[in-house]
Write a new protein. Sequence first.
Lengths: 253, 220
Amino acid sequence: MSCENLQELISLTLDGRLPEAERENVFDHVRVCRECGDRLSSLQTQRAILRKMAQAPVPADLAARLSVLASHERERQLARVSLGVRVRRMAAKIDLAFENLMRPVALPVTGGLVSALLLFGLMVPTLSFAHKTTGHESHADDVSEQLSRRDIFPATFPTGQLVTNPYGQTDDDDDSLRIEPVDSMPSDFLNIVDLTIDETGRVVDWTVVKGVITADMKSVILLSTFQPATNMGMATSGKIRMVQFAPSVTVHG
Amino acid sequence: MATSILDLSAQKALEGADSDDLRLVELLRTGEAQAYEELLTRFQQPAYALALRLLDDPSESADVVQEVFLKVFRNIASFRGQSSLKTWIYRITVNEAHNARRWFFRHRRREVELDSEPEEARNWKDIIPDGCLSPFDVAFEREQHVMLEAALEKLSPIFREAVVLRDITDMSYEEIAEVLGVSLGTVKSRILRGREALRAELVGSLKDRPAPRLVPKTAE
């Protein structure tokens, strides 16, 4: 038996694929031939080391990746098998897509809502609303309503009221002077003058809005005293409008 | 020579799937969670060890194994039981590793690794010796491993596949023939030539190493 022929037989011996008789022949040769003996022992060692390489541990991240993969593929398989699972998968996908869509706007929307509520809450005490009275309420109701309104609206409109008049009581029927609120705009009057009344009820300034300033008006400006406007119960300055149809006396110069 | 991975009908079935394999496959088809877990438990480690020895790159091997199991799960319906589950999975692994190696040589051969060596990235538990072997034995074994790994790397992929399947995964000649899609005679020849080439490589690497020189010096 030549050494070259024995190469294949040694390899087959290692794998246990040789009949008993042939194996004995190989061992007989190996005992006398040093080169073949070395070959057999080195191949045996080589095989033993290679066997140990089979124990390479699976990296933890690969194991995790494979578990996730198995889970996904199982879901796929289930979806293929049953309609219910397919519908559930679809619903879960839609749900996830909706959540992903809403997530970026959730915080701004909540923040905006909360800040709007906060601002509205802060503004409520400063807001004022007009209350209409029906006119059919009893006196007691009227008083209590006035009291409550005073509590809610402590400021009166700064409309003055004529207290003293050099001509005595003004008559509504004649064409003499009349006092109107400053925001009224009576179109049929000839002369209109706005007066600024200070907190003592005296006229401190005047402005001709329309027409001319008549002698009667000048007298009122110089001699009359007004009820001053109030704010929180305290006298304050305000404006009043003085109107006249026609001048009764024209002053020249 | 990329053969179709999943076409087993053309292959001569030397050993069919056993009842255990068929039961597992049936459970996989019905989407049983335990079957998926069992498949991974049985085959992830051998498949990884095989891929690692065929590619010599842990991260590349991990990708290959993931691809292998993806194909296994996706194509479990087409598994007819003509071969054993092990042979089927190993065949997919060998083909995937072959494809990965071709891709690697085409695209990434010139890339330079920036990451630290895998040896350095190992957990401290792997580095600290457990005390079962003496430091000499550990060093000796480690040296043998390193030399054999280097020699395997230099081996032609055709011989390497045969040697790895026989000596590392411990498959029979018939199973190897089925996995590689070649005849039994070719398997024998490849294993023989692969082993001889490996031995020659090892002997050559030992001869190339300079012997340590001990130069006596007088103490000063």
